[in-house]
Write a protein that binds this ligand. Structure first.
Ligand SMILES: Nc1ncnc2c1ncn2[C@@H]1O[C@H](COP(=O)(O)OP(=O)(O)OP(=O)(O)O)[C@@H](O)[C@H]1O
Ligand SMILES: [Mg+2]
Length: 361
């Protein structure tokens, strides 16, 4: 068990390739943090710096208050599970799990007891004599977890550990990891580029973009109050609708072409008067045939009990997510113009058009 902290951590690879631009974060003892962001934003680099596999260009990483910048990986008491967890094919499940302890010169009895305990938690007890090729993908993944668990480290690092699994198995393993954390309570950093995985696993999440953390917060905080346009469009599926608007001195909202939209001035923060901003509405927080803006219907996707209505306002695509029953008696025709707006329950979001940052009301 341990706390983990990042102070102005940067990484520049040889050739002046700046990848991480100053990460600051405190992870509490036992916390499960998910780092989410698009490919190439620096997630793995950050993890490798924590593990000691990559040098830290500037700043400090501390474990339990002790700066670890100069410590060797083996001295940091961290265990990692990677996407390519590569079990040793010629070793049994037991030997794979025991290997890390063996090279650390643990005595035989201790190894036996740790592997047995981990195998029990991961439901691998009956598979200890098998070799990796005799296992399913999910079982192999559990062995990889087992290798990390037996070490009983201060911190777990997971770098996209589920991305090799099919969708169904991923959901199942996600639950396993949640149960595991509940049981062991080990401080964990978990990397994924899957926002659903991030939302469901995280106690707090870090949304990364191009080497900076755009927002750190609980999944609900990040969903309800995205700090920037980037976060708003990365978290949520389908992503938030972002509509460029101009607001006059009476807080009347107009579209880019100057046409007035039916948006109640009371919903518009006073600070927005006479500004060009981006108005955000989540697809699931919109209502069909409600005051808002006219949309030309382009496509309707039926998902089962819900549907996605894809439309366009001028050049701006807008998606609504609503119950299928809503249009049962009056089906939408493609090309038809409908009104859609806020459901009256959820607040609108506003972002600065130049900086992309959230404007608080
Ligand atoms: N050894 C290296 N030398 C130079 N640049 C590197 C090196 N390793 C990674 N990079 C660059 O650093 C950036 C971040 O890479 P990183 O692997 O951390 O991304 P990531 O967020 O883990 O992406 P993914 O989701 O694809 O795994 C990328 O632009 C990558 O090309
Ligand atoms: Mg990566």
């Amino acid at each position: 068990m341990a706390t983990l902290s990042f102070r102005n951590v940067t990484k520049t690879y040889p050739g002046d390739i700046a990848v991480i631009h100053g990460i600051n974060m405190d992870v509490a003892d036992g916390e499960f943090i998910v780092i989410v962001g698009p490919s190439g934003c620096g997630k793995s680099t950050l993890m490798r710096m924590v593990a000691g596999l990559e040098s830290i260009t500037s700043g400090e990483i501390s474990i339990d208050g002790k700066v670890v910048n100069k410590l060797e990986p083996a001295e940091r008491d961290i265990a990692m599970v990677f996407q390519n967890y590569a079990l040793y094919p010629h070793m049994t499940v037991f030997e794979n799990m025991a290997y890390g302890l063996k090279i650390r010169k643990f005595d035989k009895q201790e190894i036996q007891s740790r592997v047995d305990k981990a195998a029990k938690i991961l439901e691998l007890s009956l598979l200890l004599d098998r070799r990796p090729r005799q296992l399913s993908g999910g079982q192999r993944q559990r062995v990889a977890m087992g290798r990390a668990i037996v070490r009983d480290p201060k911190v777990f690092l997971f770098d996209e550990p589920l991305s090799n699994l099919d969708a169904k198995l991923r959901v199942q393993m996600r639950l396993e990891i949640q149960k595991l954390h509940h049981r062991l309570g080990t401080t964990s950093l978990y990397v994924t580029h899957d926002q659903v995985e991030a939302m469901t696993l995280a106690q707090r999440m870090v949304v990364m973009n191009k080497g900076v953390s755009e927002q750190i917060g609980t999944p609900i905080e990040v969903f309800e109050k995205p700090a920037s346009i980037f976060v708003a469009s990365f978290i949520g599926s389908p992503p938030m609708n972002l509509i460029p608007v101009q607001i006059d001195d009476m807080r009347q909202v107009k579209d880019e072409r100057g046409a007035a939209l039916q948006i109640d001035a009371d919903l518009v923060p006073a600070a927005l008067a006479n500004r060009k901003v981006i108005m955000g509405m989540r697809p699931e927080h919109m209502a069909l045939h409600a005051p808002g803006l006219p949309l030309d219907v382009e496509m309707v996707e039926i998902l089962g009990s819900e549907q996605l209505i894809h439309g366009r306002h001028g050049d701006t695509p807008v998606v609504l997510r609503c119950p299928v029953g809503l249009t049962k008696d009056f089906p939408l025709r493609l090309g038809e113009t409908v009104q859609a707006g806020s459901d009256g329950v959820h607040a609108l979001h506003w972002f600065d058009a130049a900086t992309g940052k959230r404007i608080e009301d």
